[in-house]
Write a protein that binds this ligand. Sequence first.
Ligand code: SF4
Length: 254
Amino acid sequence: MVSGTDLAVGELDAEAASAQLEDAGAVEILRWAIASVPRFAVTSSFGADSAVLLHLLSTVDPGVPVLFLETGFHFPETLRYRRELVELLGLRNLRDLKPVLTVAQQAGEHGGGLYLRDADACCEIRKVEPLNRALREFDGWASGVRRDQTDERADTPIVKRVTREGRELLKVSPLARWTAQEVEDYIDRHGLPRHPLAEAGYSSIGCAPCTRAVAPGEDPRAGRWAGSAKTECGIHIELPGDAVPLELSEGSER
Ligand code: SF4
């Protein structure tokens, strides 16, 4: 097994680590990451599947920082669920990542309903930039991305080297191999609470303006940015090199 305890993140062979962890359990992957990445965090949307990774983390180290993108557009149910899970699991280090602009300031600078006119720009302001800014404090992070979620995620490695603002970090996906059914089974087996909107057909939950319930048989992520070609907010897509800072002028329609 690759051990990163005596290696700087920049020296760690992410491909070799990923290959060696391919058949490992999620707890083993989290333990490896915590031991190998000096400053390690976990991101969570507190969405429909989030309880699994957070529960696993709570069994390994509930003090690991949990980063939540507080976009200002979440369903109230998501914010309540977040409080419930944090308390239930004893997560001791929840951090809200806030955009530079409040919702009102964004509307003032770029016009209201930017998510309708240019969702990529809105996600850049409210998700991508705040996450990249927060990651300055860390050497790597884990998220709950799974290969079965979308075609774009089908090749997700367990460990990947990524560049953010000129720094190399490790991105870890402990649940990459899990299926939606395994997530369901884990939630049931451990009696974890479900997101309050899950029963209403919200199988993938993001910001309220960009999320709708899905009908039985529909793709579980069909309710995200429904009616547009957009399928990702950008935080799980690796950019070639550094993320380019967004420069929007008033009313920009990028
Ligand atoms: Fe804006 Fe929608 Fe992206 Fe949330 S998901 S940041 S509301 S475009």
